[in-house]
Design a protein around this ligand. Sequence first.
Ligand code: GTP
Ligand code: MG
Length: 327
Amino acid sequence: MASEDVETNELSLVNVEGVGPATEKRLKQAGFRSIKDLRVRGPVDVAEATGMEMDDSVEICEKARIILERLGIIEQSFVSATDLYKKTRDKITTGSGSFDDLLGGGVETRAITEVYGEFGTGKTQLCHTLCVMVQQDRVAGGLSGKAIYIDTENTFRPERIASIAQARGLDPRQALEKIIVAKAYNSAHQELIIEETGPVIEENGVRLVIVDSAVAHYRAEFLGRATLSERQQRLNRFMHILVRMSETYEVAVLVTNQIQSSPDAVFGDPVRPTGGNVVAHTSTYRIYLKRSGKNRIARMVDSPYHAEREVLFTLTDRGISDVGETR
Ligand code: GTP
Ligand code: MG
């Protein structure tokens, strides 16, 4: 308890030079609870919330970053490769040994994992399964944590969570208790939700944040070339909040994405994920899901260190499973 108090104090907004009681009040009204939120939401939001000049807001966010570095919450700007190598990242099992293998153990914290593929390839099923798996202890492949599910396509199904838990011998009621669902009705709402997510992570011991899907609202609302740059700007801001959130709060972030066909592709698969460079550059790992008869193929498309390869998995009562698992 005592150490918690110390941490809360160290992270309180007034510890940042330049944030006085009046600024603190305005920040709190805008949903900033701690120094972590300054880092996650960044200078534009801080300026909007407080009415301060952009330069001052940039300075405050920079000071927040330095404090978080000093406390070891985020990585320092310059860090030795050895220290980086030693840093273990937590992993959450997908429910399938072969899929975990592709990911080097499971879905990673402090990273963005993007999953794209055609309809019915299992993106939403993966999201549901992970929400159950993250709750299990480390021995069982989880992180004893809760999950946040940002549902933009209205495809979150509590019944499915209950059935996956049951099939895996877990208590369905408990599994449902530990998932916090936010339905996003449009892109602006989706952005509002992500702005409010930091404190919810902190207060609930969340280790996994799902966005199913990240891009759908933007695609539906911004049609035509004229709106492309605004769309990409908004999507860019959204994705960058996710990146900073994954690091600052040490959570795994999994986003799903749709595909578009690119008729100009001469070789290989004529499909690619939507969202352009913005999503490509902010995802740490990109995984492409494909049908293969009754089974599914997961291919690691883009990763800083995994080889590009494919594995087979399947969808059962247990959610994501290995081929050959009976139930
Ligand atoms: P879109 O969101 O439409 O792009 O598709 P998606 O990739 O999210 O597909 P989703 O994860 O919803 O996969 C749907 C598929 O999951 C179905 O076609 C079924 O094959 C499988 N599925 C869903 N629920 C169950 C279930 O209770 N049991 C089993 N065995 N399979 C299921
Ligand atoms: Mg889906």
